[in-house]
Design a binder for this molecule. Structure first.
Ligand SMILES: C[S@@+](CC[C@H](N)C(=O)[O-])C[C@H]1O[C@@H](n2cnc3c(N)ncnc32)[C@H](O)[C@@H]1O
Length: 436
């Protein structure tokens, strides 16, 4: 039987959720594994929408389920517990007709040989339809449940952003737009915008983001005109701000210390003929940099290395520009990767802070006098951003912070913080450090 006819979106969404919530896999990896490339595109889209939706609302859905159940399901029935969430997600937040949401979800339990669960899920989803308002009123009293975030993350957001945590929680659960970066080596933004319109894909420009176009509706990259030929890339506006801060010039030696999958390296090379060294300590991810540069017709030296172990890879010649797009919690991009909420742990921010500081300390001596290092993360946690830079500045009198001139975000100490959803872009932090 072909994947087209045998693919069941709810059943596969359950496999995806089990892989993420039970197996610790990333959502992207789980989708790649469980959604065959030849599945019907509408079914595949529906499967993705369920998986994203359940991960966005996981804690709230689980709370509703637990209210409606008389006794908890056994840990070996975690699949059925998640199947209930799949049913509730359709009833609560999707346009699926209620009768199909119930009967097709119940059919998955039957298909998996759990007749007892089919009966239970049928009764539970029908009860939710009857008692919906009362049930929601009860579970929505706690903000962490209502917005579906782990307690540790809510506590950090409340501490770091006492005036903004409400809107941040909302932004994290809102679907992100699909933003393109036009390859200005090949055409103007206006020219590419026109090609998009002709392809039936209207897009708008984004004030202050000179290379960006935001699509009205997300599409598969295969539908983007000239994508394979390198005419555009998919990249959020906030990530597109790095290149102006780095401002690489012709002949500059540029280090992209944490380069994979290569979005910012490619953008830098679209703007200048710098000699760029792209490092990443993850060999598989680094292969994606080569793929991206190849598609765009750009060149850089790519090397697998721990950037902080400079003795292993540095040739002793200083760099005029260093980009440190540091490994981070990804809390600024939760709207694109809702799995982050459940895969990250309370002790990640301090662990990541130590890794970020180690990278910064090790790379600083490689910067030429008068050169510039741009530090950035897609995190909205102060521990990974301002705290890292403030401690570094205290220890390095030869470092001078230049306020990043960005079209969005707010000054926080030495750097600039963009909170998720501001101007429609991802949460990001930038600091620019120059060597005296
Ligand atoms: C935020 S991502 C970089 C995104 C990339 N700059 C882009 O724009 O496409 C961080 C990267 O740092 C890499 N990384 C983590 N620790 C590293 C280290 N010690 N040395 C080099 N790369 C590292 C990770 O493998 C990951 O690919």
């Amino acid at each position: 039987m072909s994947a087209k006819s045998s693919f069941n979106p709810r059943d596969s969404a359950l496999d995806v959720l089990l892989a993420v919530l039970g197996g610790g896999r990333s959502l992207d990896a789980a989708l790649a594994e469980h959604v065959p490339s030849d599945a019907d595109s509408r079914d595949a889209g529906f499967c993705r929408a369920i998986a994203y939706g359940v991960l966005r609302n996981h804690r709230r859905l689980a709370a509703i389920r637990d209210r409606l159940l008389h006794k908890s399901l056994r840990s070996r029935d975690q699949d059925m517990a998640l199947l209930v969430e799949i049913g509730l997600q359709q009833l609560l937040a999707m346009e699926t007709p209620a009768h199909a949401a119930v009967s097709e979800t119940v059919a998955v339990a039957r298909h998996r040989g759990k007749q007892w669960a089919a009966r239970l899920i049928n009764a539970l989803l029908r009860r939710f339809q009857r008692e919906r308002e009362d049930c929601l009123a009860l579970v929505d009293t706690a903000p962490a449940v209502r917005a579906s975030v782990p307690d540790w993350l809510l506590a950090r957001l409340q501490h770091d952003w006492p005036d903004d945590w409400h809107s941040l929680l909302e932004a994290q659960n809102t679907r992100a737009p699909m933003t393109l970066r036009v390859n200005r080596r090949r055409q103007s933004v206006a020219g590419y915008q026109q090609r998009l319109v002709e392809a039936g894909l209207p897009a708008r420009t984004l004030d202050g983001f000179p290379d960006a176009l935001v699509l009205e509706h997300p599409v598969a990259v295969g539908r983007l005109p000239g994508f394979d030929q390198g005419d555009c890339s998919v990249q959020d506006g906030a990530a597109q701000l790095a290149v102006a801060l780095l401002s690489p010039g012709p002949g500059h030696r540029v280090l992209d210390a944490c380069a994979a999958p290569g979005g910012k390296a490619a953008h830098a090379l679209e703007h200048s003929d710098a000699a760029l060294l792209a490092l990443d300590d993850d060999e598989v991810r680094l292969e994606r940099v080569a793929g991206t540069l190849g598609r765009l017709g750009l060149q850089a030296e790519c090397r697998v290395a721990d950037a902080a172990a400079t003795d292993d890879w540095w040739d002793g010649r200083p760099f005029e520009r260093i980009l440190l797009d540091a490994p981070c919690s990804g809390t600024g991009v939760i709207r694109r990767h809702p799995d982050i909420k459940w895969l990250r742990r309370a002790d990640d921010p301090p662990r990541l802070q130590a890794a970020q500081r180690r990278l910064l300390d090790s790379l600083w001596p490689l910067l030429a006098p008068g050169g510039r290092l741009v530090y950035c993360t897609c995190s909205i946690l102060q521990a990974e951003n301002e705290a890292v830079i403030a401690a570094f500045m205290q220890a390095r009198p030869d470092a001078q912070a230049v306020p990043p001139a960005l079209p969005v975000g707010r000054r926080v100490g030495y750097g600039q913080q963009i909170l998720t959803g501001e101007a429609g872009v991802d949460g990001f932090y930038y600091a620019c450090l120059e060597k005296r």
